[in-house]
Ligand binder design. Structure first.
Ligand code: IPM
Ligand code: MN
Length: 364
């Protein structure tokens, strides 16, 4: 197969972790006889520094011409980096949001599962970590509070800030459909998360998700409130299969899921549109405090590359090969600093590039 992959290394640890994921994809191409071409473009803080804006039309066009996009992370330290002296719509994060919207990436998948080797890195009770969990978070990505009208104004001498949470029924319908289809290939269970005891947008969410689920008789749907779900995720994550929710709730719950899975450095993500096109990025941020030190965990990005093969290129065997290589590296004791346990014998702590080499060497 020939495929064009655009890479957006971005800021902070982004360039280091994307380099390792690209290395693994190149090894996959070699072993399985594919032609992958890579084109690197700028977004985020590095694009602000180069072009004065976080996302240029050229970057959007490059992404549109690709089969898939592999991204690192964008942004710096709020309050410390000069990027945050700019107005909000000129900052790094605005670039990412505009890119998601321009590419129509409404469906964000964040799979969290606890590798048996990382049970001790899981902050939950031992008996819960023992049971393990495997949750697929389906986060709506182009609606809600992130994209509603906002303003800050002065009313009667007081500063007032407003954000708006808007959902159209079609936006809920298409993400609910994706969640049901994914559940049909897993354990057939969907938990739809909302705040229907307070919000109108959540009441519409609940109604539309219920309608969609009736067209999927193989799917068992449950509704849950977001506050209670936050609690249940730390109490007993094993009860969840597919969790579907709106943009902001999904942002918050997915960080919680990453933490119970051992490290934000382990959680990949896929942002998909209706067809097979997608953007793949680790769920974690740019970690500016450890950037440039070759110590970041590249596994979330490498696992995102596996999702790219699976969802955009339909290369299932190749995606499995990457996921198996990651599992094998963990099983044989290879770690990065974030998941290292100094008091356990037989573990080897690797640098970012060494972990990339290790995974590439395990691709068969
Ligand atoms: C994420 C990030 C982004 C989001 C930020 C960087 C805008 O936290 O992908 O989860 O909130 O969606
Ligand atoms: Mn987030």
């Amino acid at each position: 197969m020939n495929a064009k992959i655009v890479t957006i290394p971005g800021d902070g640890i982004g360039p280091e972790i994307v380099a390792e994921a690209q290395k693994v994809l190149e090894k996959v191409a070699e072993v399985y006889g594919h032609q992958f071409t890579f084109e690197k473009v700028l977004m985020g803080g590095c694009s602000i520094d180069a072009y004065g804006e976080p996302l240029t039309d050229a970057t959007v066009a490059a992404c549109q011409s690709a089969d898939a996009v592999l991204m690192g992370s964008i942004g710096g330290k709020v309050g410390q980096s000069h990027w945050y002296e700019l107005p909000p719509e000129k900052r790094p994060e605005a670039g990412l949001l505009k890119l998601r919207k321009s590419l129509g990436l409404f469906c964000n998948l964040r799979p969290a599962h606890l590798y048996p080797e990382l049970r001790r890195a899981c902050p939950l009770r031992e008996s819960i970590a023992e049971q393990g969990f495997d949750v697929m978070m389906v986060r709506e990505l182009t609606g809600g509070l992130y994209f509603g009208a906002r303003k800050t104004e002065t009313v009667d001498g007081e500063e007032v800030a407003t954000d708006t949470l808007v959902y159209h029924d079609y936006e809920i319908r298409r993400i609910a459909k994706k969640a049901c289809e994914i559940a049909e290939k897993r354990h057939g269970h969907v938990t739809s998360v909302d705040k229907a005891n307070v919000l109108d947008s959540s009441r519409l969410w609940r109604k539309v998700v219920t309608e969609v689920a009736t067209a999927h008789p193989g799917v068992q749907l449950e509704h849950a409130l977001v506050d209670s779900t936050a609690m249940q995720l730390v109490r007993n994550p094993g009860q969840f299969d597919v969790v579907v929710t709106e943009n902001m709730f999904g942002d918050i719950l997915s960080d919680e899921m990453a933490e119970i899975a051992g490290s934000l450095g382990m959680l990949p993500s896929a942002s998909l549109r209706e067809d097979s096109f997608g953007l793949y990025e680790p769920s974690g941020g740019s970690a500016p405090d450890i950037a440039g030190q070759n110590i970041a965990n590249p596994l979330a990005t490498i696992l995102s590359a596996a999702m790219l093969l699976r969802y955009s290129l339909n290369l299932t065997k190749e995606a499995d090969a990457i996921e198996d290589a990651v599992a094998e590296a963990l099983r044989t004791g290879f770690r990065t600093g974030d998941i290292m346990e100094d008091d356990v014998e037989g573990l080897t702590c690797l640098h970012t590039d060494e972990m990339g080499d290790k995974i590439a060497s395990l691709i068969r």
